[in-house]
Design a protein around this ligand. Structure first.
Ligand code: DNO
Length: 396
């Protein structure tokens, strides 16, 4: 697999040179400063590409070109935003960056409740705590209809949790939940978030799925023309939050979208961590079923708890059978090689990492510190080497 590394651009405290030292050959990035809707200008794309190449790396994947809420809801300036999106696809593809990751999560991008959860062995992980989440949803945001979305036992636990929280705790939780996380391109205050919830109140899961398919039917031909591959990232977490419709959480969602838009350019980012947050998802089975349409891979593990909480485990720990997933993906690579396909090497990145050792106390993008990802990549590289040896018959 092609080993890549996410870099948030010139402001990222983890530099391109660090990615190289970690052993990555490719970079995954976006023009984050231009991700509010307008088409990315070719000159800006070229400048970013030069910067990456000057560090001896290759810009392999765009993650993400942000999908505007107007496109998801098909309201406001959605037609214009789709034209912008096509413009950005053309700009990156013509610069030779042909894999484009995006997501279709309503309002939020990825969501956690705790960015520094102490691991039993030391170090810190990102965590989604169902009781903290419910406490915020029910008693801080006071979302209309929220009670119906939480089990009665959880409402009680959440109330007790909320009573224990100081104002500072609430502020911290809110900042993590709705305000900021790396790669969230648009952030809302509490009122803005509530207004967005109202916009989505009238949109069912079926409608959101139709809007996704309609969007893909417009942009996929452009990607095909330009030789680009689109790959949707799953909902993270892969279950409903804030009563919002979710359309990319389970195998059935992937099946529906890939069947509606069967062109090769319309594919999937297999994110083992995001899909892994939902116990219904068997990641090895999904890697096999969707193999032909997987254009990009995020390898990360989660440990799930019975109430819906989860934390980000070691890359080879947790509930996802990581060795099984890597083996399935390498099987697909072999199949593509045999077909003589150019895209036979699947780009993967170690998704997130624990906050460890010298990184503790440093300013880092949560989940994207250097040492934790370096460790994750090293472990995954070991798995790839072992799977390759087994495939070659050198070990049994
Ligand atoms: C979180 C990331 C997500 C992802 C986007 C893809 O760490 O995996 O922000 O980049 O959802 O569009």
């Amino acid at each position: 697999m092609r080993q890549t590394w996410r870099w948030f651009g010139p402001d990222d405290p983890v530099a391109l040179d660090h990615a190289r030292q970690a052993g990555a050959g490719g970079i995954v990035t976006a023009l984050h400063h231009l991700n509010q809707g307008g088409a990315w200008p070719a000159e800006e794309v070229a400048r970013r590409k030069r910067e990456i190449e000057a560090a001896g790396l290759v810009w392999d994947v765009v993650e993400s070109i942000n999908v505007a809420e107007d496109i998801k809801t098909r309201t406001g300036a959605w037609k214009e935003r789709i034209e912008d999106y096509k413009g950005s696809i053309r700009a990156v593809a013509r610069a030779g960056v042909r894999i484009i990751c995006y997501n279709f999560m309503a309002i939020t991008d990825w969501t956690r409740t705790d960015l520094a959860w102490k691991l039993p062995g030391g170090g810190y992980a990102l965590r989604f705590d169902a009781a903290d989440f419910a406490a915020y949803d029910l008693f801080v945001l006071k979302r209309r209809g929220a009670e119906a979305d939480h089990a009665p036992g959880m409402v009680k636990r959440a109330e007790a949790r909320f009573r224990e929280m100081s104002e500072g705790d609430v502020g911290k939780l809110e900042a993590v939940l709705i305000d900021w996380l790396p790669a969230r391109e648009v952030v809302y205050g509490r009122d803005g978030f509530r207004r967005m919830l109202d916009v989505y109140a009238g949109i069912s899961r079926e409608e959101l799925r139709e809007n996704l398919i309609a969007f893909l039917r417009e942009i996929t031909p452009v990607a095909e023309e330009e030789g680009a591959l689109l790959c949707i990232h799953p909902d993270d977490p892969s279950f409903p939050i804030f009563g919002l419709p979710r359309v990319m959480s389970e195998a059935e969602d992937v099946r529906a979208v890939l069947a509606a838009v069967p062109e090769r350019a319309c594919g999937l980012t297999l994110c083992t961590g995001a899909f892994g947050s939902n116990p219904k998802n068997d990641l090895v089975a999904m890697a096999k079923e969707f193999a032909r349409k997987i254009h990009f891979v995020h390898l990360r593990n989660v440990t799930r708890e019975p109430d819906g909480s989860f934390y980000e485990a070691d890359h080879l720990g947790g509930d996802v059978d990581m060795v099984g997933v890597v083996a399935a993906l390498m099987e697909e690579e072999a199949r593509r090689r045999a077909e003589g396909r150019e895209d036979h090497e699947l780009p993967m990145r170690p998704d997130h990492g624990h906050l460890l050792i010298d990184d503790i106390g440093k300013t880092v993008n949560p989940g994207y510190s250097c040492i934790g990802r370096l460790k994750g990549l090293a472990e995954l590289r070991g798995v790839m080497a072992a799977v390759a040896a087994a495939r070659a018959g050198r070990i049994s």
